[in-house]
Design a protein. Structure first.
Length: 255
Protein backbone atom coordinates (compact mmCIF):
# COMPACT_ATOMS: atom_id res chain seq x y z
CA UNK A 1 0.00 0.00 0.00
CA UNK A 2 2.82 2.38 0.89
CA UNK A 3 4.46 1.93 -2.51
CA UNK A 4 1.18 2.68 -4.30
CA UNK A 5 0.75 5.88 -2.28
CA UNK A 6 4.28 6.92 -3.23
CA UNK A 7 3.62 6.21 -6.93
CA UNK A 8 0.38 8.21 -6.89
CA UNK A 9 2.05 11.16 -5.20
CA UNK A 10 4.85 11.10 -7.78
CA UNK A 11 2.28 11.17 -10.59
CA UNK A 12 0.60 14.18 -8.97
CA UNK A 13 3.95 15.96 -8.72
CA UNK A 14 4.73 15.32 -12.38
CA UNK A 15 1.39 15.91 -14.08
CA UNK A 16 -0.61 17.95 -11.54
CA UNK A 17 -3.42 17.12 -9.07
CA UNK A 18 -5.95 16.63 -11.90
CA UNK A 19 -3.71 13.96 -13.56
CA UNK A 20 -4.19 15.53 -16.98
CA UNK A 21 -4.64 12.74 -19.58
CA UNK A 22 -2.21 14.20 -22.12
CA UNK A 23 0.60 14.07 -19.54
CA UNK A 24 -0.45 11.03 -17.54
CA UNK A 25 0.41 8.73 -20.46
CA UNK A 26 3.92 10.19 -20.58
CA UNK A 27 4.39 9.72 -16.82
CA UNK A 28 3.34 6.08 -16.99
CA UNK A 29 5.55 5.50 -20.03
CA UNK A 30 8.51 6.92 -18.13
CA UNK A 31 7.82 4.72 -15.10
CA UNK A 32 7.73 1.73 -17.46
CA UNK A 33 11.23 2.50 -18.71
CA UNK A 34 10.59 4.59 -21.81
CA UNK A 35 12.98 7.47 -22.51
CA UNK A 36 10.62 10.38 -21.83
CA UNK A 37 11.72 13.69 -20.34
CA UNK A 38 9.20 14.81 -17.73
CA UNK A 39 8.81 18.21 -16.11
CA UNK A 40 6.91 18.95 -12.88
CA UNK A 41 3.50 20.47 -13.48
CA UNK A 42 2.33 24.00 -12.75
CA UNK A 43 3.50 25.73 -9.58
CA UNK A 44 5.45 22.66 -8.42
CA UNK A 45 8.09 23.20 -11.11
CA UNK A 46 10.09 25.86 -9.26
CA UNK A 47 9.94 24.43 -5.75
CA UNK A 48 11.19 21.05 -6.95
CA UNK A 49 13.91 22.69 -9.00
CA UNK A 50 15.11 24.41 -5.83
CA UNK A 51 15.42 21.01 -4.16
CA UNK A 52 17.85 19.88 -6.86
CA UNK A 53 20.01 22.89 -5.99
CA UNK A 54 19.84 21.87 -2.34
CA UNK A 55 20.94 18.29 -3.04
CA UNK A 56 23.80 19.56 -5.18
CA UNK A 57 24.92 21.74 -2.28
CA UNK A 58 24.75 18.90 0.26
CA UNK A 59 26.47 16.38 -2.00
CA UNK A 60 29.28 18.83 -2.80
CA UNK A 61 30.65 18.09 0.68
CA UNK A 62 30.69 14.29 0.27
CA UNK A 63 34.37 14.29 -0.68
CA UNK A 64 35.30 16.13 2.52
CA UNK A 65 36.95 14.08 5.24
CA UNK A 66 34.63 13.44 8.13
CA UNK A 67 31.36 14.02 6.26
CA UNK A 68 28.50 13.28 8.66
CA UNK A 69 24.89 14.11 9.42
CA UNK A 70 26.11 17.32 11.04
CA UNK A 71 27.74 18.33 7.74
CA UNK A 72 24.46 17.72 5.89
CA UNK A 73 22.52 19.78 8.44
CA UNK A 74 25.00 22.65 8.26
CA UNK A 75 24.90 22.71 4.45
CA UNK A 76 21.07 22.83 4.50
CA UNK A 77 21.16 25.75 6.93
CA UNK A 78 23.74 27.63 4.87
CA UNK A 79 21.81 26.98 1.65
CA UNK A 80 18.73 28.68 3.07
CA UNK A 81 20.77 31.73 4.08
CA UNK A 82 22.25 32.35 0.62
CA UNK A 83 19.31 34.48 -0.51
CA UNK A 84 15.56 34.95 -0.52
CA UNK A 85 15.18 32.70 -3.56
CA UNK A 86 16.86 29.80 -1.77
CA UNK A 87 15.01 30.25 1.52
CA UNK A 88 13.85 26.95 3.05
CA UNK A 89 10.96 26.58 5.45
CA UNK A 90 12.74 24.54 8.09
CA UNK A 91 12.58 24.69 11.89
CA UNK A 92 16.05 26.17 12.35
CA UNK A 93 17.72 28.84 14.50
CA UNK A 94 15.99 29.21 17.89
CA UNK A 95 13.19 26.80 17.03
CA UNK A 96 15.48 23.83 16.70
CA UNK A 97 16.81 24.26 20.25
CA UNK A 98 13.26 24.31 21.63
CA UNK A 99 12.46 21.15 19.67
CA UNK A 100 15.63 19.38 20.81
CA UNK A 101 15.09 20.31 24.47
CA UNK A 102 11.54 18.94 24.29
CA UNK A 103 12.80 15.87 22.46
CA UNK A 104 15.41 15.06 25.13
CA UNK A 105 13.15 15.62 28.15
CA UNK A 106 12.73 11.91 28.62
CA UNK A 107 14.39 8.77 27.30
CA UNK A 108 12.37 6.36 25.18
CA UNK A 109 11.31 2.92 26.27
CA UNK A 110 12.45 -0.07 24.20
CA UNK A 111 9.42 0.12 21.89
CA UNK A 112 8.53 3.82 22.08
CA UNK A 113 9.00 6.22 19.16
CA UNK A 114 9.20 9.90 18.26
CA UNK A 115 7.03 11.13 15.38
CA UNK A 116 7.08 14.22 13.16
CA UNK A 117 4.24 15.41 10.92
CA UNK A 118 5.60 17.34 7.94
CA UNK A 119 9.09 16.33 6.83
CA UNK A 120 9.92 18.69 3.93
CA UNK A 121 13.65 18.13 3.15
CA UNK A 122 14.36 16.04 6.25
CA UNK A 123 16.12 18.69 8.35
CA UNK A 124 14.31 18.05 11.64
CA UNK A 125 14.13 14.26 11.31
CA UNK A 126 17.88 14.23 10.64
CA UNK A 127 18.57 16.25 13.78
CA UNK A 128 16.32 14.05 15.90
CA UNK A 129 17.77 10.89 14.40
CA UNK A 130 21.27 12.15 15.16
CA UNK A 131 20.31 12.69 18.81
CA UNK A 132 18.94 9.16 19.08
CA UNK A 133 22.07 7.76 17.45
CA UNK A 134 24.21 9.56 20.02
CA UNK A 135 22.38 7.95 22.94
CA UNK A 136 22.90 4.49 21.49
CA UNK A 137 19.69 3.72 19.60
CA UNK A 138 20.29 1.53 16.54
CA UNK A 139 16.70 0.59 15.69
CA UNK A 140 14.05 2.83 14.05
CA UNK A 141 12.76 5.22 16.71
CA UNK A 142 12.13 8.47 14.79
CA UNK A 143 9.41 8.52 12.15
CA UNK A 144 8.54 11.46 9.91
CA UNK A 145 5.32 11.59 7.88
CA UNK A 146 5.21 13.54 4.61
CA UNK A 147 2.38 13.77 2.07
CA UNK A 148 4.58 14.96 -0.84
CA UNK A 149 6.44 12.04 -2.43
CA UNK A 150 9.22 14.24 -3.85
CA UNK A 151 9.92 15.74 -0.42
CA UNK A 152 9.88 12.24 1.10
CA UNK A 153 12.48 11.00 -1.41
CA UNK A 154 14.73 14.02 -0.77
CA UNK A 155 14.47 13.53 3.02
CA UNK A 156 15.32 9.84 2.72
CA UNK A 157 18.36 10.73 0.65
CA UNK A 158 19.53 13.21 3.29
CA UNK A 159 19.14 10.50 5.95
CA UNK A 160 21.12 8.11 3.77
CA UNK A 161 23.91 10.65 3.40
CA UNK A 162 23.99 11.08 7.18
CA UNK A 163 23.90 7.28 7.72
CA UNK A 164 20.83 7.55 9.93
CA UNK A 165 18.34 5.28 8.18
CA UNK A 166 18.87 2.71 10.93
CA UNK A 167 17.24 5.03 13.51
CA UNK A 168 15.05 7.37 11.41
CA UNK A 169 12.52 6.72 8.66
CA UNK A 170 10.31 8.83 6.39
CA UNK A 171 6.82 7.57 5.54
CA UNK A 172 4.83 8.98 2.63
CA UNK A 173 1.09 9.56 2.99
CA UNK A 174 -1.58 11.43 4.92
CA UNK A 175 -1.60 11.19 8.72
CA UNK A 176 -4.86 9.20 9.08
CA UNK A 177 -3.58 6.64 6.53
CA UNK A 178 -0.04 6.18 7.83
CA UNK A 179 -0.45 6.31 11.63
CA UNK A 180 -2.19 2.89 11.91
CA UNK A 181 1.02 1.27 10.63
CA UNK A 182 2.98 3.18 13.26
CA UNK A 183 0.58 1.84 15.91
CA UNK A 184 1.22 -1.72 14.76
CA UNK A 185 4.98 -1.24 15.03
CA UNK A 186 5.19 0.74 18.27
CA UNK A 187 2.14 -0.71 20.00
CA UNK A 188 -0.39 1.02 22.22
CA UNK A 189 0.92 3.99 24.22
CA UNK A 190 4.17 3.89 22.24
CA UNK A 191 4.34 7.56 21.24
CA UNK A 192 6.71 9.53 23.46
CA UNK A 193 7.23 12.71 21.44
CA UNK A 194 5.32 14.44 18.62
CA UNK A 195 6.38 17.41 16.51
CA UNK A 196 3.68 18.80 14.22
CA UNK A 197 4.87 21.12 11.47
CA UNK A 198 2.49 20.32 8.63
CA UNK A 199 -0.78 22.26 8.83
CA UNK A 200 -1.82 24.44 11.74
CA UNK A 201 -5.55 24.10 11.12
CA UNK A 202 -5.34 20.34 11.71
CA UNK A 203 -3.36 20.16 14.96
CA UNK A 204 -6.39 19.40 17.13
CA UNK A 205 -7.72 16.84 14.63
CA UNK A 206 -4.43 14.97 14.45
CA UNK A 207 -4.17 14.98 18.25
CA UNK A 208 -7.68 13.58 18.60
CA UNK A 209 -6.89 10.95 15.95
CA UNK A 210 -3.80 9.79 17.86
CA UNK A 211 -5.76 9.74 21.11
CA UNK A 212 -8.44 7.56 19.51
CA UNK A 213 -5.72 5.11 18.45
CA UNK A 214 -4.37 5.05 22.03
CA UNK A 215 -0.87 5.92 20.86
CA UNK A 216 0.14 8.40 23.59
CA UNK A 217 2.45 7.09 26.29
CA UNK A 218 1.73 7.84 29.94
CA UNK A 219 4.29 10.65 29.90
CA UNK A 220 4.61 12.40 26.51
CA UNK A 221 5.54 15.72 24.92
CA UNK A 222 3.98 17.43 21.90
CA UNK A 223 5.55 20.43 20.15
CA UNK A 224 3.88 22.35 17.31
CA UNK A 225 5.00 24.94 14.77
CA UNK A 226 2.92 27.25 12.54
CA UNK A 227 0.58 27.76 15.47
CA UNK A 228 -0.99 31.16 14.71
CA UNK A 229 -4.19 29.48 13.53
CA UNK A 230 -7.39 28.23 15.23
CA UNK A 231 -6.00 24.70 15.35
CA UNK A 232 -3.33 25.57 17.94
CA UNK A 233 -5.58 26.78 20.83
CA UNK A 234 -7.91 23.84 20.26
CA UNK A 235 -4.90 21.53 20.26
CA UNK A 236 -3.72 22.94 23.61
CA UNK A 237 -7.20 22.47 25.07
CA UNK A 238 -7.29 18.91 23.77
CA UNK A 239 -3.90 18.13 25.32
CA UNK A 240 -5.08 19.48 28.68
CA UNK A 241 -8.30 17.44 28.50
CA UNK A 242 -6.25 14.34 27.64
CA UNK A 243 -4.19 14.65 30.82
CA UNK A 244 -7.35 15.05 32.89
CA UNK A 245 -9.05 12.01 31.36
CA UNK A 246 -6.05 9.67 31.40
CA UNK A 247 -4.30 11.03 34.52
CA UNK A 248 -1.19 11.21 32.34
CA UNK A 249 1.61 13.69 31.91
CA UNK A 250 1.33 15.67 28.66
CA UNK A 251 3.53 18.66 27.92
CA UNK A 252 2.33 20.82 24.99
CA UNK A 253 4.63 23.46 23.52
CA UNK A 254 4.16 25.97 20.71
CA UNK A 255 7.22 27.05 18.74
Amino acid sequence: MGDRVLETQMEIALVGPALRPQHLAEARAASAGARVQLKPAGSTRWRYHKLTWLLDEVESFLSDAGFSAFTALRSIENFGKMGAIQWLKIAGDTKVYIIESSFMQRSLGPSQVHVEFGCYVGYTVTRLGQLQHRVGRRTPSVFSLERDAVHAVVARHVLDLGRLRSVAEVRCGLVPLVTPRMLEEAGAQGLGFLFMDHRGTRFHREFAHLEALDTWSVVACATVDNCMTPGAPQFTLGAYAHTRRRHAGMVAKRV
